[in-house]
Design a protein around this ligand. Structure first.
Ligand SMILES: *Cc1c(COP(=O)(O)O)cnc(C)c1O
Length: 415
C-alpha cells in the first residue's frame, strides 16, 4: 500500500469497518497477506514451503482463507488444533509445538492424525510414545533443537541461553538416541525456532547458517535422512517509525549458495525445507482502529484518549515483550484531505484507569479531535488473543476482514 490512491482506498475500508462494526476494531486485508506471501515465494520458494504459526492470529476466517494459500500450519496448543479443525485444515498438514504439552491435548491430536508432533523434551517424547502405543499408532515427530547461539539483532530469542524450549544442542548426544529408540514415534525431521523480530538480513542469514549446522550435526547423530527440516524464520516487521522493512533479496543474496549446497547433500535427497513464520505474513495486513473519545490539553501536551488501549492491544502499548515502549506507526484515518489541519504532537491514551495505558507519546499526527479515528499499523498479529481483553470490562475489539471490496465482521471473541 504505497500509492496515494491505495491509501485512500485503505482508509475508506477502515472507516467503513469502524462505522459498521464499531471500534476498537482490528481490520485485516487479505490482499496484503497475499502480497507478502508472493514475496516470500519469489525470494525463498526455490528452497522453502511455508508454515503459518497460528498463535500469531488464530482468527477462524483467516485460518480458513489460508487453507489454499500456505502449505502448513503450526499450532501451539490443543485449543489451536480445535480452531484449525473448525477452519477446515486437515490434521496431516499441521505440526504442534509448545514446551509444556499435556496428555489431555496430546491424546486427541495424535488420535486425529496430526502431521508432526514437535518434540521439545525427552519427557514429552516418552508421553507421546505411550499415547501412540495405546492408540496403536506410530506418530511422526520433528525434534525441536535449541542452538547454543543466536546472533545479535533479534527482538526476541529462545536459545543461546537457558531456555524452556526444545532440546539444547549440547544435550543432543545423550537425548536424541533415547528418543530414536521409542517404538511408537518416528523421527521424520528437525525443527528450530530460536529468535524472531529481526530486521537485519545479515543476522537472519547467520541464524539460518547456525540452523544448518545444528541440523547437519543432529542428522548425523541420528543417522537420519530427514523428510522435513523446519526453519523458524525470525523475519521481523517495521513496527516503529524509522524501522526499515526487510529487503528479502538481501537475505537471498546472503544465503542462496549455502542453502543450495545444504540442499544438495545426499542425506537431504528426500527432504522438504519449511519456513515457519507468523508476523511477517499477517502483521502488515492488519490495522488497529480506535476512536478518539476525549481530548485533553494537559500542561502543554495534547492527549487523545481513545476507546481502545492496552486492554484491546497490549502489543501496541509496548507491554508485549518490548524492553522500552516505542510508538507504533499510526495515522489519522481520512488523512488531511482538506489540508486544513496542522500536524501536531499528541500523546495517545486508552480508556483504562492506569498510567500504563498508553499507545503513543509525542506522536506527530494531523490534529486529532473528538470522534476522529486513529489507525495503528502492523497490528495483524499478536492482537486480540495477545491482549488482556477482560481488564476493566470494556467492549471487546471487533475483527473485520477486507477481501477485495467486501468488508466483513469476523469477530471471534465476543462479549
Ligand atoms: C510464535 C512462533 C512462530 C512465529 O513467530 P513470528 O515471530 O510471528 O514469526 C513460529 N514458530 C514457532 C514455534 C512459534 O512459537
Amino acid at each position: 500500500m504505497s500509492t496515494a490512491s491505495a491509501e485512500v482506498r485503505r482508509d475508506q475500508a477502515l472507516a467503513e469497518a469502524a462505522a459498521r462494526f464499531d471500534t476498537p476494531a482490528y481490520v485485516y486485508f487479505t490482499e496484503t497477506i497475499a502480497e507478502r506471501l508472493s514475496g516470500l515465494r519469489r525470494h525463498f520458494g526455490r528452497w522453502f514451503a511455508v508454515s503459518y504459526a497460528v498463535k500469531t492470529n488464530p482468527n477462524p476466517a483467516l485460518l480458513s482463507w489460508m487453507r489454499d494459500q500456505v502449505e502448513y500450519l503450526d499450532i501451539s496448543s490443543g485449543g489451536e488444533f480445535t480452531l484449525s479443525q473448525q477452519a477446515g485444515w486437515e490434521p496431516a498438514r499441521i505440526s504442534f509445538t509448545g514446551p509444556a504439552k499435556r496428555e489431555a491435548e496430546l491424546r486427541p491430536v495424535i488420535a486425529a492424525g496430526l502431521g508432526e508432533l514437535v518434540i521439545e523434551s525427552l519427557r514429552e517424547a516418552r508421553l507421546a510414545d505411550a499415547i501412540a502405543a495405546e492408540l496403536g499408532l506410530v506418530q511422526p515427530v520433528l525434534l525441536r533443537m535449541t542452538p547454543d547461539r543466536v546472533p545479535k539483532g533479534f527482538g526476541d530469542q529462545m536459545a543461546g541461553r537457558p531456555s524452556a524450549f526444545g532440546i539444547d544442542i549440547e544435550d543432543a548426544p545423550e537425548i536424541l538416541p533415547q528418543i530414536a529408540a521409542l517404538p511408537n514415534l518416528r523421527i521424520i525431521g528437525l525443527h528450530i525456532y530460536s529468535g524472531t523480530q529481526s530486521l537485519r538480513p545479515e543476522a537472519i542469514c547467520e541464524n539460518w547458517r547456525i540452523f544448518m549446522r545444528v541440523f547437519s550435526q543432529s542428522c548425523e547423530l541420528l543417522d537420519l535422512m530427514p523428510e522435513k527440516l523446519v526453519f523458524g524464520s525470525g523475519l521481523g516487521i517495521p513496527y516503529h517509525p524509522g524501522d526499515t522493512a526487510l529487503d528479502l533479496s538481501l537475505i537471498t543474496e546472503g544465503i542462496a549458495a549455502e542453502l543450495d549446497a545444504f540442499r544438495a547433500q545426499p542425506r537431504l535427497a528426500q527432504c522438504r525445507l519449511v519456513l515457519e513464520l507468523g508476523r511477517y505474513l499477517v502483521g502488515p495486513a492488519g490495522y488497529f482502529v480506535t476512536r478518539v473519545i476525549s481530548v485533553k490539553q494537559s500542561r502543554g501536551t495534547r492527549i487523545a484518549i481513545c476507546d481502545g488501549g492496552l486492554n484491546a492491544n497490549l502489543a501496541a502499548s509496548g507491554n508485549f515483550g518490548m524492553v522500552l515502549r516505542r510508538n507504533y506507526v499510526m495515522h489519522r484515518i481520512g488523512g488531511d484531505q482538506g489540508g486544513s489541519r496542522a500536524e501536531e504532537k499528541h500523546d495517545i491514551s486508552g480508556p483504562l484507569c492506569t498510567s500504563i495505558d498508553k499507545l503513543g507519546s509525542g506522536v506527530l499526527l494531523d490534529r486529532l479531535d473528538e470522534g476522529d479515528l486513529l489507525a495503528i499499523h502492523q497490528c495483524g498479529g499478536y492482537g486480540p488473543t495477545a491482549s488482556p481483553l477482560y481488564f476493566i470490562s470494556h467492549p471487546l475489539p471487533r475483527e473485520v476482514l477486507v477481501q477485495a471490496d467486501e468488508v466483513q465482521d469476523i469477530t471471534r471473541i465476543k462479549d
